[in-house]
Write a protein that binds this ligand. Structure first.
Ligand code: C5P
Length: 235
């Protein structure tokens, strides 16, 4: 298996082709960005931490019957994934009020929701990834109506497993973002990454943050927070 030309560079990862059809080489980056790229930094070690954590999470989900694009970890900062056509939606699941939801609805951060809430954001940097409704998804042709229902159900299944996984290590899963892709057969598959870059993770006892809000809101050392998650997941 060899890495070939760069296919795509995002804010946190580079994606390369490989010499095997249908498989892509993902290189995590130490770059941190927030607020649609307005806040930027290089945080040495973030690539390794996210690669390790995302690997552990995708492997755990697989054991629970939830497959993803993840194939295997290649190195400290790299993993091999199945090539999919990314659905241009960010699927956010919320268990606790925080972040943009608190701001948008004027709700107090930290309040547990009676049931998980699923939101869709349209993946478009120029528009700032706006929150959209199912009618907008149809209008924009971002996904078929039956796919939207599947995305919701898959996101809720992932939520159930992740709540359990993090609860075991004393962490409250506040919210997270998922991305999905279509295989060449048209099946929806969980894609991208699941890491403290894409989840809000709070200590159950102290509410200490172990996620990207450390960087977004200057709350403390990001690498220390991510390392805490990795250490707790691997004991
Ligand atoms: O900012 P907001 O409250 O909408 O974020 C909800 C969840 O989605 C958070 O866990 C955040 O880390 C994640 N997210 C993400 N990538 C984005 C937007 C949000 O991983 N572009």
């Amino acid at each position: 298996m060899n890495k070939q030309n760069l296919l795509y560079e995002g804010k946190a990862k580079r994606i390369y082709r490989t010499d095997e059809a249908g498989l892509l080489w993902v290189q995590y980056k130490d770059d941190a960005t927030a607020f649609n790229g307005e806040k930027k930094d290089v945080l040495v070690g973030k690539a390794r931490l996210n690669n390790e954590i995302s690997t552990l999470i995708f492997e755990t989900l697989k054991e629970k019957g939830i497959s993803s694009h993840f194939v295997r970890r290649l190195s400290d900062t790299e993993q091999l994934v199945q090539q999919v056509e990314i659905v241009p939606l960010e699927v956010v699941v919320r268990n606790v009020v925080a972040g943009s939801m608190a701001k948008r609805l004027g709700l107090k951060e930290g309040k547990s929701l009676n049931q998980p809430l699923v939101e869709f954001y349209y993946k478009d940097d120029a528009l700032g990834d706006p929150l959209i409704t199912e009618d907008h998804i149809a209008l924009l042709n971002a996904a078929k109506t039956e796919e939207v229902e599947q995305l919701k159900q898959m996101a809720l299944s992932v939520n159930g497993e992740l709540i359990e996984l993090f609860d075991r290590i004393g962490v409250r899963l506040v919210d997270f973002k998922l991305e999905f892709g279509r295989t060449d057969k048209g099946t929806l598959l969980l894609a991208d990454e699941i890491s403290p870059d894409t989840c809000r993770l709070w200590d159950k006892e102290t509410n200490e943050r172990f996620d990207k809000d450390l960087f977004r809101r200057n709350l403390g050392n990001l690498q220390k927070g991510y390392q805490e998650i990795l250490s707790r997941l691997t004991v």
